[in-house]
Design a protein around this ligand. Structure first.
Ligand code: TA6
Length: 302
């Protein structure tokens, strides 16, 4: 049982940060400051909502999302760690790793001088996580909520041998109509087309979506720009420590099978994921640290 009084006494920030019970009994942090608002589940350090003050939500959270201990939440910014996609050798291990379904603890919460709020959460290892990942690699999510949202996922290798990880911020974005959305920043990149048997292809121009899309873009380090004429806005995804990007929309049939997308939910979302996926894994030397550091912002679409 989460002791909310103790959490609020230790980490609450007057007028900005409150810990409380959220949907499905999950412990959440509600952040509200002069620049923006966010809700973050302690399970998975999962940013479920974020909006700059006075603006539309930027992050899509499924209306049919299920909230339960040990289950991943459909929408928000799930953290995939310490591998992306299926485990390389153990098919019984969870897809996208275990980080998004286990508890994280609060390390720090404070108001920043510029009015934003800074939080640090750390994954709590257990016998179950150690059985799948015995390596000594503490991982923290350093989250800044303001007019922009920054999530810096930091992995440190405290062991004596090199460790290879994959990771991602599998972020779902809210769009007015995905069929009228264009994603810039991936032109010229090679990609693995997972809806076409993993064939290697090359992107020409912006990515548009009118059917199921599941692609791993390689050599992708530029900002991704999600242009949404319906909402008159451009979402910018600026990343460091990631050389691949996944673009995903399940489209109607897969969304219906998943059971937590809601009716037509797939039309109002697109995942543009800042990843270390496929061959783009990260090897950390002993003592080494990796930052997957992503800043999300919104600008008017001209
Ligand atoms: O990142 C794209 C992807 O790996 C897809 O293949 C897709 O099935 C998805 O993520 C969602 O995965 P999840 O485990 O959250 O259902």
């Amino acid at each position: 049982m989460t002791d909310f009084s103790a959490l609020n006494a230790r980490f609450g920030v007057s007028g900005q940060v409150v810990f409380k019970q959220g949907p499905g009994g999950l412990a959440v942090v509600e952040v509200a400051n002069s620049q923006g608002t966010a809700t973050i589940a302690l399970q998975g350090a999962h940013v479920m909502t974020w909006a700059p003050r006075g603006a539309q939500p930027v992050i899509w959270l499924s209306r049919a999302a299920k909230f339960a201990p040990g289950k991943s939440i459909r929408g928000g910014a799930p953290i995939c760690w310490p591998w992306f996609g299926p485990h390389a050798t153990e098919s019984s291990y969870p897809g996208h790793g275990f980080a998004r379904t286990v508890p994280w603890e609060v390390i720090e919460a404070r108001a920043c001088a510029n009015g934003a709020t800074y939080l640090v959460l750390r994954l709590v290892p257990s016998d179950a996580t150690r059985a799948q990942w015995p390596q000594a690699t503490p991982v923290e999510a350093r989250i800044t909520v303001g007019r922009t949202l920054e999530i810096d996922l930091v992995t440190r290798n405290e062991g004596t041998a090199p460790v290879t990880i994959g990771d991602a911020l599998h972020t779902y974005f809210e769009v007015s109509d995905v069929r009228k959305t264009a994603i810039h920043g991936l032109g010229g990149c090679p990609y693995l087309d997972k809806v076409d048997g993993g064939k290697r292809k090359s992107q020409t121009g912006p990515v548009t979506i009118g059917a199921e899309v599941d692609r791993v873009y390689l050599d992708s380090t530029a900002d991704c720009l999600i242009d949404d004429p319906g909402l008159g806005r451009r979402i910018r995804v600026h990343k460091r420590g990631s050389r691949s990007t996944v673009v995903w929309n399940p489209w109607i049939d897969k969304a219906a099978k998943m059971g937590d997308f809601g009716n037509h939910g797939y039309l109002n979302m697109v995942c543009v994921e800042s990843t270390n996926a496929a061959d783009d894994v990260v090897t950390l030397a002993p003592g080494g640290e990796h930052h997957l550091d992503v800043t999300y912002s919104v600008e008017p679409l001209r």
